[in-house]
Design a protein around this ligand. Structure first.
Ligand code: IMP
Length: 178
């Protein structure tokens, strides 16, 4: 499928699943090297990261822990910038190596909020792994953003975990709005 429609909006193919898989494999290899002999805690940010998190963790062969948090903050195609709350963040991150896994970093507001909560627990290290990153939309630099799948233009994308008004998360490829 090269073109799809969700509600009134048209989307065209942008990143095929095969391309995403290849990049994910490379990030996995890098993480295995960087965290060798450590036991990091991977924290996926729901809902958007669920597919990336699953595929990424299948590439990780070092000892690690895996969990998810949920942050409600986004509606329609524009970031509201209003973050409600983070649910489910573990409270035992002191001295741990934390890797936050995101679907996309847009304005970066969601991530800044999560990072503040994580740093407050004084972990040994905190890094972020995001499948997608829109540098042009970022409001403030994020030092912890160490692993990025693809830098993309400031356009709305859907699929592979990302939604448009709740729809499209199940698509195996990523599409961009036309
Ligand atoms: P930020 O707080 O502006 O960085 O937005 C982060 C969240 O907004 C992501 O985790 C996504 O859930 C959502 N988001 C940002 N850009 C897009 C997009 O292009 N498509 C779908 N969701 C997006």
């Amino acid at each position: 499928m090269n073109k799809i429609q969700i509600h009134e909006k048209g989307f065209e193919i942008f990143l095929e699943n095969e391309t995403i898989s290849k990049r994910t494999r490379l990030i996995g290899i890098q993480l295995n090297v960087d965290y060798e002999a450590k036991c990091p805690v991977f924290i996926g940010v729901l809902n958007g990261s669920f597919l990336f998190m699953a595929d990424l963790l299948k590439e990780i062969d070092i000892s690690c822990e895996v969990g998810f948090i949920r942050v409600a903050s986004y509606h329609g195609t524009e970031s509201t910038g209003k973050i409600k709350e983070a649910f489910g963040l573990p409270d035992d991150l002191k001295d741990r190596d934390v890797i936050i896994v995101e679907d996309i970093v847009d304005s970066g507001l969601t991530l800044q909020y999560i990072l503040e909560k994580v740093h407050a627990q004084k972990p040994a290290s905190v890094r972020v792994c995001s499948l997608l990153f829109k540098p042009a939309a970022l409001l403030q630099p994020i030092e912890e953003l160490a692993y990025v799948g693809f830098e993309i233009p400031n356009e709305f994308v859907v699929g592979y975990g990302l939604d448009y008004d709740g729809l499209g998360r199940n698509l195996k490829d990523i599409y961009r709005a036309i």
